[in-house]
Write a protein that binds this ligand. Structure first.
Ligand SMILES: [Zn+2]
Length: 302
């Protein structure tokens, strides 16, 4: 399993970090994704990394610049959001005049435009001028649900990053509550009998879509725990809000255990995609995990 593999949907952040590290930040980006909070978090962390005084490629969280970013009061960062149902021409004009001013703290001004696809056609046209003639080291980041809603010319002037679809949090929460997934994962960790969970497992096995969603949630948890055992920073996690719980849980496992569990989950997902009976795939996944956990078999032996 390669590192890339373990990180799953996290490669966007890797790419952004490399961009900062190599000092090759472009002047305009589009971040496309379904979850507004997630897009904003991604943009803020990218900006934080760019402006960080340590300039290591990721935010140090400790310098004045990082602290200002964490309090949303960095003088060189402009936030634009829709008012009512759209972002109007005047708002973009105002943003442009702020971008033209000399930055207060650093060497560049940065604008983050939320719901960029709600810009009126006039506002999009105005923005285009700034994208065509970027000023100094200024950066503009457009957040949108669908880059296709922005004009072709805007798209052609920006680097596009798509956030993975499966990282929306609300689903994780509801599945966790419905099927006691956190408890279930704990059961795996503590090598408990999974008999207590048989009712949940039976329900999960009834529908292919539910089973695949549940496996995604579990896989993300185990990936996060594995990442934490490698001292990953919170931004690299899917479940950033569960960091402390996951950190505690990760201590119950050897790294090899987590890798094996992730492998077993992925195999079960593959089987489900191949139309193999869902509850059969789930059962065989659990069997594999338990065998691995009890050291009864080695996956490299047949
Ligand atoms: Zn910093």
């Amino acid at each position: 399993m390669t590192e890339e593999h373990i990180k799953g949907g996290k490669t966007i952040w890797d790419r952004l970090r490399e961009t900062v590290q190599s000092d090759s930040v472009f002047h305009a980006y589009i971040v496309e994704g379904q979850n507004d909070a997630e897009k904003l978090l991604m943009a803020k962390n990218f900006v934080k990394a760019i402006l960080c005084e340590e300039a290591s490629g990721q935010p140090c969280e400790d310098c004045i610049s990082c602290r200002k970013m964490n309090h949303d009061n960095h003088e060189d960062v402009i936030y634009i959001a829709k008012e009512g149902s759209s972002i109007k021409d005047e708002v973009v004009a105002d943003m442009q005049s702020r971008l033209r001013k000399k930055p207060f703290a650093g060497e560049r001004n940065i604008a983050i435009i939320e719901n960029a696809d709600t810009m009126t056609p006039k506002a999009q046209n105005r923005l285009l001028k700034t994208l065509e003639e970027p000023l100094g080291k200024n950066i503009i980041i457009l957040l949108t649900e669908n880059a296709g809603n922005l004009t072709q010319t805007i798209n052609s002037r920006c680097i596009l990053y798509r956030l993975p679809m499966n990282s929306a949090k609300p689903m994780t929460e509801s599945l966790n509550e419905q099927y006691h997934l956190m408890e279930f994962a704990k059961g795996l960790a503590e090598k408990r009998s999974l008999y207590l969970h048989s009712k949940d497992l039976k329900e999960i096995g009834l529908k292919r879509e539910t089973a695949l969603e549940v496996l995604d949630v579990l896989e993300n948890w185990f990936r996060d725990m594995l990442m934490l055992s490698y001292d990953a920073s919170p931004i690299e996690l899917v479940n950033t809000d569960r960091k402390s719980t996951l950190l505690l849980e990760s201590r119950l496992y050897q790294k090899a255990d987590m890798v094996n569990i992730i492998k077993s989950i992925e195999e079960a997902k593959d089987e489900m995609h191949k139309n193999i009976n869902v509850s059969y795939a789930l059962k065989s996944m659990l069997l594999k995990i338990q065998e691995d956990r009890n050291g009864k078999s080695s996956r490299n032996q047949i």
